[in-house]
Design a protein around this ligand. Structure first.
Ligand code: SF4
Ligand code: SF4
Ligand code: SF4
Length: 160
C-alpha cells in the first residue's frame, strides 16, 4: 500500500470513530478525499468551532461553542461537499457519560438549561440526583450542552 493510501485509510478509520465533521455533508461522502484542507470553513464559522484536526482536515470542537446552523461554513466552501436539501444537518446526537455529577450525588442541570431543543430530560424516581436522558428525536446535535458541563460528561457524536 502506498503512503497516501495508508494515510487515507487511517483517516477513514478516524472518520468512523468520533470525529464530528461539518454540517450538511452529502451522505456517503468520502470527506478526506474531497476536502482540500483550505480552511475556508474554519475562517467563516462565527462560533469558531471548526478546528484543524488530524491530517489538517476540519473537525468540530464543541468544547469551544455550539453550532448555530448558520451555514456559513457551507457557503464559504468551494468544493462540492454539501447537500442542503437534507432534512437534518447531521446525525450527531448528545451522549451522557457515567461522569455526570448527579451520579456523585451532586445536583446539576446545566446541560438541560442550555438545550434550546429541550432534548435533555430527567427521569425522577427515588432521588433528585439523576443524570439526564437524551431524547434522540429532539436532539439536533448542536453541542450547546457540551461546554457547559463542568465535568466533560457529554460528547456529541454520530448516532449509529
Ligand atoms: S453552520 Fe455555522 S456555526 Fe455551524 S459549523 Fe458551520 S459556520 Fe460554524
Ligand atoms: S446537542 Fe444540542 S439539542 Fe442535543 S442535547 Fe445537547 S444542547 Fe440539546
Ligand atoms: S451538565 Fe454534565 S454534570 Fe451537569 S447534569 Fe449535565 S451531564 Fe450531568
Amino acid at each position: 500500500m502506498s503512503i497516501n493510501l495508508a494515510r487515507r485509510s487511517l483517516f477513514r478509520r478516524k472518520d468512523q470513530d468520533n470525529v464530528v465533521r461539518l454540517p450538511w455533508l452529502k451522505a456517503d461522502l468520502d470527506f478526506t478525499d474531497k476536502c482540500t484542507r483550505c480552511g475556508d470553513c474554519s475562517k467563516a464559522c462565527p462560533e469558531q468551532i471548526i478546528i484543524v484536526g488530524d491530517g489538517g482536515f476540519p473537525e468540530i470542537d464543541f468544547s469551544v461553542s455550539e453550532c448555530n446552523f448558520c451555514k456559513e461554513c457551507v457557503n464559504h466552501c468551494k468544493e462540492d461537499l454539501f447537500d442542503l436539501t437534507q432534512a437534518q444537518a447531521w446525525d450527531n446526537k448528545a451522549a451522557i457519560s457515567i461522569s455526570c455529577l448527579n451520579n456523585e450525588s451532586v445536583y446539576c442541570r446545566s446541560c438541560a438549561e442550555s438545550c434550546e431543543s429541550e432534548a435533555l430530560k430527567f427521569n425522577f424516581t427515588s432521588t433528585t440526583f439523576v443524570s439526564p436522558d437524551v431524547v434522540l428525536d429532539d436532539c439536533n446535535g448542536c453541542g450547546a450542552c457540551v461546554s457547559v458541563c463542568p465535568v466533560n460528561a457529554i460528547a456529541v457524536k454520530l448516532n449509529r
